[in-house]
Design a protein around this ligand. Structure first.
Ligand code: PEP
Ligand code: MG
Length: 589
């Protein structure tokens, strides 16, 4: 089915390494990929009853959520659901579905998905901004009813794939990406997104190559086009020539060869030639990843992003469920350290069980620790679960997006209350569980000396620290070029934080994406980090690098770059130096 078009190349943001070749599958987010299923005459009434039951169930779910929301957030937010209920009670829509089930003898889910698509289309074409906005209500309700008609998993479009494909989409939410685990997706490419968007981070976790921020890939690539995705360089080749195919076949073989070589260092320490050891931990998004960590040579989990646990579901996870998952994660790495981060909701990560106010989508808004402090019910449930799990493993816990000492104290106050409750109930937990702070907001870096007096450890989150320092939205492809980890301001904040931790004698590590970027890893080693956490897939590559350099050289490199004036200069100098320090090392593996 190869298109006869000539080869062309698209350049985007390299989001997850690796090379994939295959046919494109264009994912239209508004579509529900439900296949038609014929039914017998005698099944018509059963299908209609199933449809009515699904509507009824959806109605009940919405009323329940509406009640919860109006009790716990603001009554105004709960009104969104009135629009959802109106869609469900629309007689014309219901009659249309029933009529078509009878006449066309097709299953309810297919007929309903077609009717809802038709409605969404009609609304989207109306020249009235209020009515246009109702399209998302229609789609939301559509999804809810369909979920009651078919297995929820089936609603994720990736299940519509029955052969291995490269997914091409305008955007993918982190929760979409999370549901790709173990699916037939070879790679994905998107129009929007930046290097450290959570969708990109998730792709790395899944070991799926990804290029994001291609701006108009969904317009230029067609279904079934043969494409090559180069996740290392951020390139996509559409209808590649034989020559390009051969080139990438060779590149793929070289990657496999490299991986083979890494096998021999898997169980060796990440130790520089002059004897400085760096602990390399993994960032984990899904508990399913834990059993695979050993093969990547991770010596612990430096960041467990718990928010994925809250996604792709209609309710909030209970304490018991969370406890079981955290315990399993801790037990999965034996005596190694696991750093669990409390819920970091907001920005590009949101959960379906709460109807999220618009403000949460803002990176500067009501999110992460702010949300948790405002919703102690949700926060306490998680804290109880983490504390209980701490009795079963080497668990540390840290708070995201702390801006200063006040917030740390408020969070710790809630933690103390939870601990008191557990003691009273005679429930075991580790009284000495270390409690740390993520340094990912400039204000936190500036007061890191003050925070160091009240925190057990620091973990620097450069993905956010960079975006907040440089005022560059991490998910925005338009500004992707300006997202500059080597900017002197960022380096100074990191250095400042390391110094503060050192003075207070507390542990400091770094868990942003730059930890897995060779050019920056050398700088980080030179800055004195003894613990770095990164996507599991980067660990062996970085371990190989560390084993090939001298700490002393890295330290000198840092002394030099700290005096440079621009990020471009820092990057160029570090790249040149890296070639000198580790001649055989390939930067983009
Ligand atoms: C960070 O901000 O650097 C970080 C590690 O956390 P996240 O990417 O989940 O925001
Ligand atoms: Mg962050």
């Amino acid at each position: 089915m190869k298109s006869s078009n000539d080869e062309f190349q698209l350049k985007g943001v390299a989001a997850a390494p690796g090379i994939a070749t295959g046919y494109a599958f264009i994912l239209d987010k508004q579509e529900f990929l439900i296949s038609p299923r014929s039914i017998m005459e005698e099944e018509v009434l059963i299908e209609i009853a199933r449809f009515e039951e699904a509507l009824q169930k959806a109605r009940q779910e919405i009323v329940d959520i509406q009640q919860k929301v109006s009790e716990k957030i603001q009554a105004q937010q709960a009104r969104i659901f009135d629009a959802h209920l109106m869609v469900l009670e629309d007689r014309a829509l219901i009659d249309d579905v029933v009529k078509r089930i009878k006449e066309e003898k097709l299953a309810a889910e297919y007929v309903f998905s077609e009717v809802i698509k038709k409605y969404a289309k009609v609304f989207s074409q109306i020249e009235d901004s209020y009515l246009k906005e109702r399209v998302s209500d229609i789609n939301d309700v559509g999804r809810r009813v369909l979920k009651n008609l078919v297995n929820e998993d089936k609603l994720h479009e990736f299940d519509g794939l029955d052969e291995e494909m490269i997914l091409v989409s305008h955007d993918l939410s982190p929760s979409d990406t999370a549901s790709m685990y173990n699916k037939k997706v070879l790679a994905f490419v998107t129009d929007i997104g930046g290097k450290t968007s959570h969708t990109a981070i998730m792709a790395k976790s899944l070991g799926v190559p990804a290029v994001v921020g291609l701006k108009d890939a969904t317009l230029k690539i067609h279904n079934q086009d043969f494409i090559i995705v180069d996740g290392r360089k951020g390139l996509v080749f559409v209808n590649p020539t034989e020559e390009t195919k051969e080139f990438y076949q060779g590149a793929k073989s070289r990657i496999i060869e490299f991986q083979g070589q890494y096998e021999s260092i898997k169980d060796l320490p990440a130790e520089t030639k002059d004897g400085v050891t760096v602990e390399l931990h993994a960032n984990v998004e899904l508990p399913q990843e834990v059993p695979t960590l050993k093969k990547y040579g991770a010596s612990g989990i430096g960041l467990y992003r718990t928010e994925y646990f809250y996604m792709n579901r209609v309710d909030l996870p209970s304490e018991e469920e969370q406890y079981t998952a955290y315990k399993k994660v801790a037990e999965g790495v034996g005596s190694n350290e696991v750093t669990i981060r409390t819920l970091d909701l907001g920005g590009d990560k949101f959960i379906s069980s709460l109807q999220i106010p618009k403000d949460m989508y803002s990176y500067l808004g009501w999110r992460a620790i702010r949300f948790c402090l405002a919703r102690p019910d949700i926060f306490k449930t998680q804290l109880r679960a983490i504390l209980r799990a701490s009795a079963h493993g080497n668990i540390r816990m840290m708070y995201p997006m702390i801006t200063g000492v006040q917030e740390l104290r408020e969070a710790n106050k809630i933690l103390d209350d939870v601990k008191a409750e557990l003691r009273e109930q005679n429930i075991a937990f580790n009284e000495d569980m270390p409690v740390g702070v993520m340094i990912e907001v400039p204000s936190a870096a500036v007061v890191s000396d003050l925070l160091a007096k009240e925190a057990d450890f620091f973990s620097i989150g450069t993905n956010d620290l960079i975006q907040y320092t440089l005022a560059i939205d991490r998910v925005n492809e338009q500004t992707a070029e300006l997202y500059q980890p080597e900017h002197p301001a960022v380096l100074r904040f990191i250095n400042m934080t390391v110094e503060a931790a050192r003075k207070a004698n507390i542990d400091v590590s770094l868990c942003g994406e730059i930890a897995g970027d060779p050019i920056l890893t050398v700088l980080l080693i030179g800055l004195g980090f003894e613990k770095l956490s990164m996507s599991a897939g980067s660990i062996l590559h970085i371990k190989n690098l560390i084993r090939n350099i001298n700490y002393e050289d890295a330290h000198q490199l840092v002394q030099h770059v700290l005096k440079l004036s621009t990020g471009v200069e820092v990057e160029a100098y570090s790249r040149r130096k890296l070639k000198e320090l580790a001649p055989g090392f390939i930067v983009d593996n």
